[in-house]
Design a protein. Structure first.
Ligand code: DGY
Length: 321
């Protein structure tokens, strides 16, 4: 009998996929850095029993209906807004993600972005590199304090909780907003739940960690930025489409908020002439929330385990549907 066919949409390290080759016929897109062309993905999906996808692949109804043998899509991310879950359910396709293994790494990056933006680290490093450092002066590249300030975490999932722990270590006052209250988290860490309007109006640092859904799309818009303090710093490490980038740019330009640290954008990668890149008070990163060597390896292993376990009839390890 032919082995089940798995298509992986990026070139992943051979030593990680090798153990599965005895049970599966594994094919990979040839490049680690560029996304698989849509046409090829569609061709491969037609043959595949399992797909290992990145967040760059749109697994929509159009793809799923052309994949008669497909049983599982293992997404190499905790977020799965690139996948049409309803369509996957209707085609009887299991969807898995990579929770837990990336929590601390993503929280580290989120907090790094907060500190970097607050203390103007990118500007300061560039200042030295470009030979502009002539004198020490009292307010040279002075940023804002982080310790003893208020952080408002929007989205209290696993990563939100891990960011709260880091914030407490910096003596911050931690509040959060979430679709549903997390009483046990409030009690465990001594943090407070606040209503949306109150949280965004009173926080010094507003950190977006909500998953992208129909109800969180452009949650951070003109009206939200207007409510924030003029000294507030906005940090986004979830998905770019949770914010309206044009509104954010206008708010920063008008001084309605002080700065922004962004790891994600609505259309990635952003072009080098993106308006947000023209502002010194904005730090932009290329979606590297979970990008440590250890975590990326753990994410790949978890995705492969999901494929292996599910296709061998033992159930998915971390199903989302
Ligand atoms: C995720 O896991 O959703 C991240 O954004 C990708 O690293």
């Amino acid at each position: 009998m032919a082995k089940p066919y798995i298509f992986i949409t990026r070139k992943l390290p051979e030593e990680l996929t090798a153990p599965l080759r005895k049970d599966f016929d594994i094919h990979m897109w040839e490049s680690e850095n560029t996304a698989v062309p849509r046409e090829l993905l569609e061709e491969e999906a037609m043959k595949a029993d399992g797909l290992l996808t990145m967040l760059t692949e749109k697994v929509d109804d159009n793809l799923l209906k052309q994949a008669p043998n497909l049983k599982i899509v293992a997404n190499l991310a905790v977020g799965y807004d690139n996948i049409d879950l309803e369509s996957a359910r209707s085609h009887n396709v299991m969807v898995t993600n990579t929770p837990d293994v990336l929590t601390d790494t993503t929280a580290d990056l989120t907090f790094t972005l907060l500190l970097t933006t607050a203390r103007r680290i990118v500007e300061a490093a560039e200042y030295v590199k470009q030979g502009n450092w002539q004198h020490w002066s009292p307010f040279l590249l002075a940023g804002s304090d982080v310790h003893h300030k208020k952080i408002g975490i929007v989205g209290m999932g696993r990563i939100g909780e891990a960011v709260a722990r880091r914030a407490l270590g910096f003596d911050m006052n931690v509040s959060y907003y979430n679709r549903s209250r997390k009483i046990e988290v409030e009690q465990k860490y001594g943090i407070q739940y606040e209503k949306w309007d109150d949280l965004i109006a009173s926080s010094d640092y507003i950190v977006c960690l909500v998953p992208l859904t129909d109800s969180t799309k452009h949650l951070f818009n003109e009206s939200a930025f207007r409510k924030m303090k003029s000294s507030a710093v906005f940090v986004n490490a979830s998905r770019g489409a949770t914010m309206n980038e044009e509104h954010l740019y206008e708010a920063l330009k008008a001084g309605e908020i002080r700065g922004a640290g962004l790891d994600v954008f609505e259309d990635e990668p952003i072009p080098s002439d993106h308006p947000l890149l023209t502002l010194n008070q904005v730090v932009c990163l290329p979606h590297i929330g979970s990008a440590s060597l250890e975590t990326r390896e753990a994410m790949i292993k978890l995705s492969l385990s999901n494929l292996e376990s599910f296709l061998l009839g033992k159930g998915a390890v971390t199903p989302v549907s």
